[in-house]
Design a protein around this ligand. Structure first.
Ligand code: G6P
Length: 609
């Protein structure tokens, strides 16, 4: 949510900043701006909308500067206008600030500053922080002024600051919003995530909460907000540049849908060993005993990751026989949950930065629960704040609508459930069957993807419909939720996902002629029941679409449109049944002319509550 990039080195800053902003655009994209220092003064440009709009406005005056900061915004306080776009300036116009996060006490700080005669141009909380730094600045104490201002602030921030008086440095600080310093050869890049950095270097340091970096061309220092020096380990980012480029696909979402055979393989690589009949999960190895003895698991997450958690709940109860709940992180953290020693809290998050998920994890760990993470972004805050965890290793996900992270999360949950199950009661034979089925999933996903053209043809018939139902049972109930979320997010049609049987308790009143009802109706334990549900909506005129098991001619006859998935064991079906629904959402959105990778009002990484 919002992207920050700052550059100091010997190259033209504006080019690197604009490229960096484009890489970060998925974090927020309603307006953008950048500031550089030129001939001892700040030069600023801002634009509403995409980075391209900003790029068009950046003139030759930006050409010679070798230090600057930039920002792409997802509006919280104030509409997406140029005035509200970052960078914001202090009263003297010498200090520029970009900020992610929310300054919660901005109203009282603003009142205080106004009483001192400071004027404001924007409606943002960020401008208050910029003015506050200026308030403490006396001409040669930038670092001190930033620290003093931050000590007055309540809320979250990742910031980068430059000052015309000190063109040889960028000051960066974080609390709650991620910030990384990329280390090049006599050049440094400050950014809110690695995608803006890896083109230049894969050596980074991750700032922790309450830390600040003072970055110059010669090097950097890291300190706490109380000016105590901290030593940071330099880490290597494993991402490759091609992973964050389109590589011939029209959209990141489509690329990431098609990456799933490989991303699921990557997720299992070195972990599932068919020959030995084992699952090895290095990140939790030291806690295997505690996890096996746990008497309760709580999965906490938001959005798509929450849907993966729901699948995990079924997997854990089924395979590991451990009572499990899946909780919306935002609800869980505020309702004084009962947690004790034997409870394991498991935060599921692609970004590892989602504010609510992080807060829920902290709350549960404070109450004594063991905290584990299922996270994609290595080194992210959630990954660092858990006792143990399993990375997805599905590579960077750029499309705002999550796809390969979902299948990665379900794959990790399946491995974890089977791993714990085997240590409890799962027989070697059943365990072996399970991992054999898991091993086949990537190849089976490939087969499902072959239907993309057919799914597009169905999308052409249905793209104009405004209300959709998604229905599934058992393991495919979370898939119904996720299918509905996908189409909502990128096509802006209204869609509801629910357990198929629940439809009768209200939502069936919505069904009218031509309303698409999408069933996940595989040949599994609740097959007959779902057949009945299909009849119920057909009788009311719905257009029926079904995801079915290959070779099922019965449902094929009954439904208007069918997509097939290869046969697998029921607990692993979500890894296959979600694929046609991702493609359906994608094709409908393309046909409706929507912006696939940057859907309106959304952001990839939601670092505000
Ligand atoms: C946002 C994204 C969703 C994502 C959710 C949780 O809402 O748009 O795609 O599922 O956040 O994100 P996380 O990074 O924690 O998985």
């Amino acid at each position: 949510m919002c992207g920050i990039v700052g550059y100091i080195g010997s190259k033209t800053a504006s080019g690197i900043l604009l490229e960096g902003l484009k890489r970060l655009e998925y974090r927020g994209y309603d307006s953008a701006g950048l500031a550089i220092i030129n001939d001892g003064g700040l030069v600023i440009e801002k634009a509403v909308g995409r980075i391209l709009n900003l790029e068009k406005k950046v003139g030759p005056i930006f050409g010679s500067a070798t230090v600057g900061i930039a920002h792409t915004r997802w509006a919280t306080h104030g509409a997406p206008t140029e005035t509200n776009a970052h960078p914001h300036l202090d009263h003297s116009g010498k200090i520029a600030l970009v900020h992610n996060g929310i300054i919660e006490n901005y109203a009282s700080l603003r009142k205080y500053l106004e009483a001192q005669g400071v004027g404001f141009e924007s409606e943002t909380d960020t401008e208050v922080l910029a003015k506050l730094i200026g308030h403490f600045y006396t001409g040669d104490n930038l670092e001190q002024a930033v620290r003093s201002a931050l000590s007055e602030v309540q809320g979250t921030y990742g910031i980068a600051v430059i000052c015309a008086d000190q063109p040889d440095r960028i000051i960066a600080a974080r609390k709650g919003s991620p910030l990384i310093v990329g280390i090049g050869k006599n050049e440094y890049i400050v950014a809110s995530d690695a995608s803006a950095i890896i083109e230049h270097t894969n050596q980074v340091i991750y700032l922790s909460d309450g830390e600040m970096a003072i970055v110059s061309r010669e090097g950097f220092r890291t300190i706490t907000l109380d000016a105590v020096p901290v030593t940071k380990d330099v880490q290597q980012v494993e991402w490759k540049l091609e992973q964050i480029e389109l590589g011939g696909f029209e959209h990141f979402m489509l690329k990431e849908i098609f990456e799933q055979p490989e991303s699921v393989r990557m997720c299992m690589r070195g972990r599932v060993n068919l020959r030995e009949g084992t699952i090895h999960l290095g990140g939790i190895a030291n806690y295997a005993r505690e996890l096996t003895r746990a008497h309760r698991f709580v999965f906490t997450a938001c959005g798509t990751a929450w849907h993966a958690g729901l699948v995990g709940e079924y997997l854990f109860e089924d395979l590991a026989r451990i009572p499990t709940e899946t909780e919306y992180a935002s609800e869980f953290r505020y309702r004084n949950p009962v947690l004790d020693d034997g409870t394991v809290i498991c935060a599921i998050s692609q970004s590892g930065e989602t504010a609510d998920t992080l807060a829920a994890l902290r709350e549960a760990r404070d109450k004594g629960a063991l905290g584990i993470g299922i996270v994609n972004t290595v080194g992210s805050t959630i990954a660092r704040e858990t006792d143990a965890g399993v990375y997805l290793h599905v590579g960077p996900e750029i499309g705002v609508a999550s796809t390969k992270a979902f299948t990665g999360q379900v794959t990790v949950l399946a491995m974890l459930a089977a791993f714990l199950g085997r240590r409890k009661h799962l027989s070697p034979a059943n365990f072996q069957n399970f991992i054999c089925a898991l091993d086949q999933i990537p190849g089976q996903i490939e087969k499902v993807l072959e239907q993309s053209g057919e799914i597009r043809r169905v999308a052409e018939k249905l793209a104009g419909r405004e209300n959709w139902l998604y229905l599934g049972r058992g393991y495919n109930y979370p898939v119904a939720l996720e299918g509905a979320l996908k189409i909502k997010e990128i096509s802006y049609v209204h869609a509801e996902g629910m357990p198929a049987a629940e439809m009768k308790h209200g939502p069936i009143a919505l069904v009218n002629k031509g309303m698409p009802a999408v069933f996940i109706a595989t040949h599994s334990s609740q097959y007959d029941k779902i057949l009945g549900n299909i009849e119920e909506v057909k009788a009311r005129g719905a257009t029926t679409v079904a995801v079915i098991t290959e070779g099922d001619s019965e449902i094929c006859r009954q439904c208007d449109f069918c997509f097939t998935v290869p046969k697998t064991i029921e607990p692993l079906e979500p890894l296959l049944t979600i694929i046609p629904l991702q493609l359906l959402a994608y094709h409908v959105a393309v046909l409706r002319g929507c912006n696939i990778d940057k859907p309106r009002n959304l952001a990839k990484s939601v670092t505000v509550e």
